[in-house]
Design a protein around this ligand. Structure first.
Ligand code: PNS
Length: 158
């Protein structure tokens, strides 16, 4: 069974994440979407809220599992017996950070392969940070997030 992990903050999940999840799910038998619990980083959504939103918007994807992890990704990777980690690569600006993470992870665990997937063009510029900023000031975010996430964002900022 081929297992891949898609780790991230997902605060909140947006169409770019969903695009990567749908593409990655086609490449494996089990796709684990893993929300990192970062004690040093308080997000807009609680971990429980993030999980709930991911559950809802990925319900159509076969073989997906949603969970959290804390500590190092390599330790979680070992526990799950995954084959690879998937990350979305949007633009050149992502490259350095993603490259650093991939190399650090491989340094920590030689067996850990990182696969980069490129989302479709309309999702390439999306980031949770920018979407939250637009939502905070009442901008239209409907094209960037699934409806239930849009509703959750509007509630946060109402
Ligand atoms: O969505 P993000 O915030 O870009 O995701 C980053 C994430 C959570 C994948 C990364 O920070 C991570 O793997 N954190 C777990 C701690 C870890 O293993 N750090 C060392 C590898 S850089």
């Amino acid at each position: 069974m081929k297992i891949v992990i898609y780790p991230g903050s997902f605060d909140p999940i947006h169409n770019g994440h969903l695009d990567v999840i749908e593409r990655a799910a086609k490449l494996c038998d089990k796709m684990i979407v893993a929300v990192a619990k970062n004690p040093g980083k308080t997000g807009l959504f609680s971990t429980g809220e993030r999980l709930g939103l991911i559950e809802e918007v990925t319900s159509h994807i076969k073989g997906r599992e949603i969970t959290t992890f804390d500590g190092l990704l390599v330790d979680f990777f070992r526990e799950t017996g995954a084959e690879a980690v998937v990350r979305g690569l949007r633009a050149v600006s992502d490259f350095e950070y993603e490259f650093q993470m991939a190399l650090m992870n491989r340094n920590l665990l030689d067996d850990l392969e990182t696969i980069f997937l490129v989302p479709s063009q309309e999702n390439i510029y999306l980031s949770s940070r920018i979407i939250k900023e637009v939502a905070r000031f009442g901008g239209d975010i409907d094209g960037f997030v699934p409806p239930i996430v849009g509703k959750a964002l509007r509630e946060k900022f109402s």
